[in-house]
Ligand binder design. Structure first.
Ligand code: 4AD
Ligand code: MG
Length: 478
């Protein structure tokens, strides 16, 4: 044994009684000077510890307050009360860390998510965030399991890079130059030769380009790491720092890419339904409560669990961008002027359009392929129509885009030409182009936004509530 404590989850999952344990955790409530609801983070449920108060010093009992850390030794017995099968009969009790109830911000009542965001350092201690972060762990684990089972190699792409993988210019600069005294060259430019890396560097926006290098030798690889975007989007679906899973597969075409992505999403959801039922159940009830505050027409017609199961059972709809635009042009939403942004062939689909297609038109996940090349990144494979590229976006109900990917342009000349057109510095990216010069092959990949997936599986409607410490414009607290 490594440590002498038994986890609450293990006690609750077993029917066994009549054995001694030491449990350690935080007090959720202390009722009638007798019943302690103890939570140690291992489970959604609390362990009820029963204190024979006559045997204890009242001064000690007064220290058992919401939030206090305590250690209890006692016996697990069958519970006489309703609500739990077993409970802990306290034999000895120690307060490890007091918690002043006058000053503790978390009271045993419902707090708003906005308030909890302000105390993100303590919100792990709530039922909601306990569930969310246990699910976050399980989801990460399931992702590794999915790829490991299929022989993928987990590749660590760099966090600091000198390139812009998406070519969108949304990067955070990394520098050790003194911002109050920036060295300049004779022609007045910043002298990056004097910077730490001797050149301009930034936090990565995507590990894809490095993953491609790996795939063209290892076959199937994936990255899973933090990515950074300095886009000033203050929306419930955007973070400046988010985690992305980017598989990249040699000898895959777009069709294979879609098949893998669909299979992966279904695998992940199925995994959580099987392994995190308690937490999902709690979040489902939380959502139902929240929905009761909304007008009838805004409530969803499926519960969280129904929605998750439904997505696993349905084949995703697969349509082209051109078909998507036609559907939108003919939609009643367009006719009733419900869209804020214009619809025409060539425009980028906005969240409102994506959600219309998924939630109103098809009522299931949709994969859109063949986007106009002007609105997609330089590395996507050009189609023979000279107008579109072999891109794919996967759209999910309530979320919009959850995955973006493509077959890659493996033809050296076509890639160089596209990079020139899009002002991507080909010379500096010789290493990327080398893969196309030496044993190039068809390959494809995609990026799953980890927090977007988290939003879908937890039903949380703000992305700030599915990552421990969100980074958004003007906010880097904790
Ligand atoms: O569509 P994106 O920008 O694609 C890429 O980065 C490619 N390099 C992926 C690849 O082909 N390997 O981003 C991929 C996904 C999006 O579909 C979305 O789920 C998520 O990453 N994402 C964000 N999530 C949270 N906050 C943001 N600011 C995000 N930007 C993208
Ligand atoms: Mg995208």
């Amino acid at each position: 044994m490594i440590n002498d404590r038994t986890k609450v989850k293990d006690i609750l999952e077993s029917d066994k009684t009549g054995y001694s344990v030491t449990v350690k955790g935080w007090v959720r409530t202390f009722r009638s000077n007798r019943f302690i609801a103890l939570n140690d983070g291992s489970s959604q449920y609390n362990l009820q510890a029963v204190v024979d108060f006559e045997k204890y010093d009242p001064a000690l009992l007064r220290r058992i307050t919401t939030g206090a850390a305590i250690s209890i030794h006692g016996e697990i017995v069958a519970s006489r009360g309703a609500g739990q099968r077993v409970e802990l009969q306290v034999q000895s009790l120690e307060v490890l860390g007091d918690c002043d109830p006058e000053k503790y911000p978390l009271q045993p009542k419902k707090h708003s998510l906005e308030f909890l965001r302000e105390i993100a350092h303590l919100r792990f201690r709530t039922n909601t965030f306990g569930a969310v972060f246990r699910i976050r762990h399980a989801l990460a684990f399931a992702i590794h399991q999915f790829f490991n089972k299929r022989g993928f190699v987990y590749l660590h792409s760099p966090v600091i890079t000198a390139s812009d993988a998406e070519g969108a210019g949304e990067m955070f600069r990394v520098t050790t130059l003194d911002l109050n005294d920036v060295p300049k060259t004779t022609d007045g430019q910043i002298d990056y030769k004097l910077d730490f890396f001797g050149r301009p560097t930034n936090l990565t926006v995507s590990g894809q380009l490095e993953a491609e290098l790996g795939a063209l030798a290892l076959g199937d690889v994936y990255t899973f790491g933090p990515t950074f975007r300095a886009e000033n989007s203050n929306t419930p679906r955007h973070l400046a720092e988010f985690w992305m899973i980017e598989p990249e597969m040699a000898f895959y075409d777009l069709e294979d890419n879609m098949n893998l992505a669909e299979q992966m999403l279904k695998y992940l959801i199925t995994y959580l339904l099987k392994h995190n039922a308690d937490d999902l159940d709690f979040l489902e009830k939380r959502l139902l409560d929240e929905e009761k505050q909304k007008p009838q027409q805004e409530r969803s017609d499926m519960s969280l669990m129904e929605k998750l199961t439904f997505c696993c059972e349905q084949p995703f709809e697969r349509i082209t961008y051109t078909e998507a635009i036609d559907i939108l042009l003919q939609s009643s939403a367009l006719k009733k002027k419900k869209f804020q942004y214009p619809v025409a062939w060539g425009v980028d689909l906005q969240s409102e359009h994506e959600r219309y297609l998924v939630e109103k038109h098809f009522k299931k996940p949709v994969i859109i392929t063949g986007y106009p090349k002007e609105i997609k990144a330089f590395y996507m494979r050009q189609n023979t129509d000279d107008k579109t590229v072999a891109a794919m976006d996967i759209l999910f109900p309530g979320i919009g885009e959850i995955i973006g990917g493509s077959q890659r342009e493996e033809r050296y000349e076509k890639l160089v030409q596209r990079m020139e057109e899009m002002h991507i510095p080909a010379k500096e990216m010789f290493w990327y182009l080398d893969t196309r010069r030496f044993g190039s092959c068809p390959h494809a990949g995609y990026g799953l936004g980890f927090e977007r997936m988290m939003m879908f599986v937890t039903g949380m409607s703000n992305i700030r509530d599915v990552i421990p410490f969100p980074r958004t414009p003007k906010n880097a607290e904790f």
